[in-house]
Unconditional design. Structure first.
Length: 373
């Protein structure tokens, strides 16, 4: 038996501590991952988001953007465990969309999403009550970006609302306006604004809701006039991209195409040639002819990987600053090996489990999204 081998032990009850994995050589850890994958075969599925480091995504059975990963979890019929190489809201979503027999593991529980943390249930319920002072809440459809806690998805489920991702936000808003005249969109103001603008909704009908201020910082008139109420939330990674960067790239590389994620500001999306989800960004580069030049505004690991995989094209990162998602980066080879080894020996760690009541209402909102898309 190699020193890297981890065997299932019938008597094991205490999880192996992370300390045992933190400093082990990478080759040993990779050997652990390979062995557990081989032993668990179809009962294990490793899902990986496009922002994961190369060393980690290499072990993913399936990769995708948030929508595709949610769909893969929902379609799963055979596996008993999903190890999610992504962030907490993605693992929660997989738990909501799978049966209670499936365990969803997040290799590092500290892998959250700072944007998702910008809206919480108490603040959204308080906003709903405030809005109800001025307009009939029966007219408002709540839409939560998938980058949000499970209890906010459940809030949407309970109130006739829906979840969206960056790949289906337009279809979701169309669906919403077929049902109600206004939308409360949280937590990403930029995705909400960029999508609503593409539908021709004027900016003066999109007030920003600041949860720290009475009535979100709005006059009653602004609320009465609103079509899309935008929660004051953002992604700290994507707000680093600026229109100056677009101008500089266009000047330095004539013919370059600017491709950005819709979590970027409206000004950056307007200045870009194309905007879309991480899967859209990946497909666009994959399908482009040799010699194409790109400046890409999304997380660094995905852009670097695209540059490596397409040496016949020129792929640049849109910002001169390093914009990486520090929480996605928390999932590394030691955490992946540690969580897999524990799963394999029957002492699973970091299981993400959404309480039943929340799960069933969140599922309603997610199922609506899956149907719309
Ligand atoms: P995608 O759904 O486009 O992968 O986006 C997820 C995300 O968190 C982007 O910051
Ligand atoms: Fe959240 Fe931004 Fe990281 Fe995406 S890139 S997971 S929105 S913090």
């Amino acid at each position: 038996m190699s020193s890297a081998t981890v065997t299932a032990q019938a008597t094991a009850t205490t999880p192996l501590p992370f300390e045992d994995f933190r400093t082990r050589p990478t080759e040993e850890l990779e050997q652990v991952i390979r062995e557990v994958k081989a032993r668990q075969a179809d009962s294990l599925m490793i899902l990986g988001h496009h922002y994961q480091q190369d060393e980690v995504i290499a072990f993913a059975d399936l990769r995708g953007d948030s929508y595709k990963l949610a769909q893969m979890a929902a379609q799963n019929r055979s596996c008993r465990s999903i190890v999610f190489c992504g962030v907490h809201f993605m693992a929660e979503t997989a738990d909501i969309l799978t049966s209670s027999e499936v365990d969803v593991v997040l290799p590092d529980m500290a892998a959250g999403c700072s944007m998702a943390d910008m809206a919480d249930l108490d603040s959204v319920e308080a906003a709903w009550a405030d809005l109800g002072e001025v307009i009939d809440t029966e007219q408002i459809l709540p839409v939560t970006y998938i980058n949000s806690a499970a209890n906010l998805k459940a809030f949407c489920g309970r109130h006739g609302g829906i979840v969206c991702t960056s790949s289906n936000a337009r279809a979701v808003l169309d669906w919403s306006f077929q049902r109600r005249q206004r939308v409360l969109f949280f937590p990403d103001q930029h995705l909400g604004r960029n999508t609503a603008r593409s539908m021709g909704i004027p900016l003066d009908q999109m007030p920003i809701w600041d949860p720290r201020l009475p009535m979100g910082g709005n006059t009653e008139d602004a609320v009465e006039k609103s079509r899309v109420i935008l929660w004051r939330g953002h992604c700290s990674v994507h707000q680093m991209f600026r229109t100056e960067h677009v101008t500089q790239f266009r000047k330095k590389y004539p013919g370059i195409q600017v491709l950005v994620h819709p979590e970027c500001t409206m000004q950056v999306v307007d200045a870009a040639d194309l905007a879309g989800s991480t899967e859209f960004i990946l497909k666009t580069v994959q399908q482009a002819p040799a010699g194409s030049k790109w400046a890409i505004g999304t997380e660094l690991h995905l852009v670097n990987r695209l540059a490596k995989e397409h040496p016949d094209q020129e792929v640049h990162f849109l910002s001169p600053m390093v914009c990486m998602c520090a929480t996605m980066y928390r999932i590394d080879v030691p955490h992946l090996a540690w969580s897999l080894a524990n799963l394999d020996r029957g002492t699973p760690v970091n299981i993400v489990r959404v309480p039943d009541e929340t799960k069933s209402w969140a599922r309603v909102a997610l199922d609506r999204m899956l149907e719309v898309s």
